[in-house]
Design a protein around this ligand. Structure first.
Ligand SMILES: [Zn+2]
Length: 670
């Protein structure tokens, strides 16, 4: 038997043959991929001919295909369906990947060939390709002398190890923080299907007859909005915010401190004042100061709005409010003042119908694309569904995988990732995945979405479209390979169709009666739109400013007490609120510590939202959900990936630079 990953997949669109793969085969293919890639690079640097675009930049873009194929499949499993073996392999391989990255971008011979390429006769995308490579070499430390490079390699390897450890402990910590409750009366207020899920979770954990209230990844535990027993709310809240910082074996604060220290040293080696400056150098934001100015500008208005909300909540509660009361009374205000009962809405948002008649319907209306389920193809888990996506003229566009249900082997949160990147050079079409964590109902029961899950479904599909519509030459520029503070923009835009009348009336139907969501409920949802924005903005800004605080430290300046540092950082940024913890606290801030993904970049969501709010206005001004608008958004924005400056793509779409006002208005921050 040969390892199927070693050859290009024979399946449609190059979908990996997941069901045929063992952990050992992932290891073997990744090892082979790492060494094949280095061989390819040796061939490039060993070329006796002078460096040209073709023999250097193009050759690099063609290299590493085995590694990319194996790594894409492997990391999909790491996040979405990790067995114990896969987790061990991740721990073993993550420093290898980091070392490999250094092997490539600290290669002086390769750098010198890139620097020698004349780009005068190149088309703009090719010229940009060379520039982007040169920038990555510089950001990786190519300019450093040998001892500096040596140190950098050691830092990167250690950061990779710590990041993996952080992610694995958070995942375990989330499980172990679940509340085991004896009596069903403790769950009073929870919808019946959530009670059933808690009973099932307890049974699966060996506590038949009890109830296990499991945690979800963000700080906000949805059950807090429903639980009537105040003491249970307190226990759930405290279990949630204490994750990762209880001093036990799953405590991550020392990992976070070490990572902040190493990142500060790395930035300093590379000639930046701090890690936030190093990160800003790769973003669309002009610099770190511009980011901090914007966040600070919003912080005081958000706190002011949150205080007004807190006052309204205390009045309803009839007693002084504690942090664990917020969601409960907020839901109560929504029910009583705005007459909106979130739980009563769920029967109108059945998962399958929302996917096909909502998410897909909106995409068909805008872009003409159609979706065809491929029951003949298999994903990495039986719950994964696969659709072939076709253009309006019937031509093939790519594959879309939807993996919607929560399970033990999946990390928390929701995300999109790519299994195959579109590229004209390689002749590849995109294969993209959306992964969510919706609780699976008992067999035979419908999956009824919360408003938050509904929003996540549309959001993640916006990322999927960014990957599917990619129309670039070079794999390096494909789809969502844009700066971090731009990548959330298309996904946020896609959320605008959730409440768009033609879309809503098409999918929001009662799962038993088929009746549409009554118009007066839609109106009340709209009226209550700003209720809770103070809280949401304050908790988001708390996390964004906490992230920045960890990444503006100087080497040697990392605090001994992480929790005290966290409290001080929030207070000095003007975003501390006794009733509103940041959306992520240090102990479970995976975005910035489980890998480098959003380190010094959690601000990206609101930075992208500036462009999103502008684009929503643009769609509205031009007639909303039309093929013409969709086509323009696809051509000028979604298809471009990073093949031209993303802000240029935005300017061409909007006709000018972005303004902050639409966002301030949307969030009630004017
Ligand atoms: Zn997103």
């Amino acid at each position: 038997m040969t390892n199927p990953l070693l050859a290009a997949s024979p399946l449609s669109y190059g979908l990996p043959p997941f069901e045929a793969l063992t952990a050992e085969e992932y290891r073997e293919a990744i090892e082979a991929g790492l060494s094949a890639h280095l061989d390819e690079i040796r061939t490039i640097t060993g070329n006796a001919q002078p460096a040209t675009f073709e023999n250097t930049a193009l050759a690099m873009e063609r290299s590493g295909q085995l590694l990319n194929r194996a790594a894409a499949a492997f990391f999909t499993l790491v996040s979405a369906d990790a067995t114990e073996q896969i987790r061990e392999l991740e721990t073993e391989l993550s420093p290898r990947f980091s070392a490999h990255q250094d092997e490539v971008y600290l290669n002086r011979g390769l750098y010198e060939r890139f620097a020698a390429i004349g780009t005068e006769n190149c088309d703009p995308e090719s010229a940009r390709l060379v520039e982007e490579y040169l920038k990555e070499f510089r950001q990786s430390g190519i300019q450093l002398e040998a001892p500096g490079q040596e140190r950098l390699r050691a830092i990167n390897a250690e950061l990779a190890r710590l990041g993996t450890e952080f992610g694995q402990r958070v995942k375990e910590g989330m499980k172990s923080a679940a509340l085991l409750l004896d009596d069903v009366s403790d769950l009073a207020g929870l919808p019946a299907d959530d009670v059933a899920s808690a009973a099932e979770a307890a049974r699966a954990a060996g506590h038949d007859g009890k109830y296990l209230l499991t945690l979800i990844q963000p700080g906000n535990q949805p059950a807090l909005a429903a639980l009537e027993n105040r003491d249970i709310r307190r226990r759930l809240f405290e279990a949630s915010v204490a994750r990762g910082s209880d001093g036990g074996s799953l405590d991550v604060l020392d990992l976070a401190r070490s990572m902040a220290e190493l990142r500060a040293e790395k930035a300093s080696l590379l000639g930046f004042d701090n890690y936030a400056e190093l990160v800003a150098d790769r973003q669309t934001a002009p610099d770190f100061e511009a980011v901090r100015t914007m966040l600070n500008r919003m912080a005081s208005a958000a706190i002011r709005n949150a205080d007004a909300e807190a006052a309204a909540l205390a009045e309803v509660a009839g007693h002084p409010l504690e942090a664990w009361d917020w969601a409960y009374y907020s839901a109560k205000v929504r029910r009583e003042k705005y007459d909106v009962d979130e739980q009563a809405l769920r029967p109108y948002f059945e998962l399958n119908r929302t996917i096909t008649d909502g998410v897909f319907f909106a995409a068909t209306s805008l872009y003409g694309i159609t979706f065809h389920e491929r029951a003949d193809l298999q994903g990495y888990h039986p719950d994964v569904r696969i659709w072939e996506v076709r253009n309006e003229d019937g031509s093939a566009l790519g594959l879309f995988l939807g993996d919607y249900y929560a399970r033990e082997s999946k990390r928390g949160g929701a995300w999109m990732n790519s299994l195959v990147d579109q590229s004209d050079l390689l002749g590849t079409q995109p294969v993209v995945v959306n992964t969510l964590n919706i609780s699976k109902p008992p067999a035979g029961e419908p999956t009824l979405l919360t408003l938050d899950e509904l929003r996540t479904l549309f959001h993640e599909f916006g990322h999927a479209l960014h990957g599917l519509f990619s129309n670039v030459t070079y794999p390096r520029f494909s789809g969502t390979a844009v700066p971090r503070d731009f990548v959330e923009y298309p996904s946020q835009v896609n959320e605008m169709w959730i409440m768009w009348p033609e879309v809503l009336s098409n999918y929001a139907r009662h799962h038993l009666t088929g009746q549409p969501l009554p118009q007066d409920i839609v109106d009340r949802l709209e009226e209550s739109r700003l209720w809770g924005e103070g809280f949401a903005t304050a908790e988001y800004l708390g996390a964004a400013l906490l992230d920045l605080a960890w990444h503006v430290l100087e080497p040697g300046g990392v605090p001994g007490d992480a929790l005290e540092f966290e409290a001080k950082a929030l207070a000095s940024a003007g975003i501390a609120h006794p009733l509103i913890p940041p959306r992520y606290r240090t102990g479970y801030f995976q975005h910035i510590f489980a890998g480098a993904g959003y380190a010094a970049g959690y601000y990206s969501y609101i930075w992208s939202e500036v462009l999103d709010a502008e684009t929503v206005d643009w769609f509205r001004e031009n007639g909303g959900l039309t093929r013409a608008n969709g086509e323009r958004f696809r051509q000028e924005l979604l298809s471009r990936g990073n093949s031209r400056d993303p802000l240029d793509s935005f300017r061409i779409l909007r006709g000018r630079d972005a303004r902050l006002e639409p966002l301030l208005k949307r969030r009630g921050l004017e």
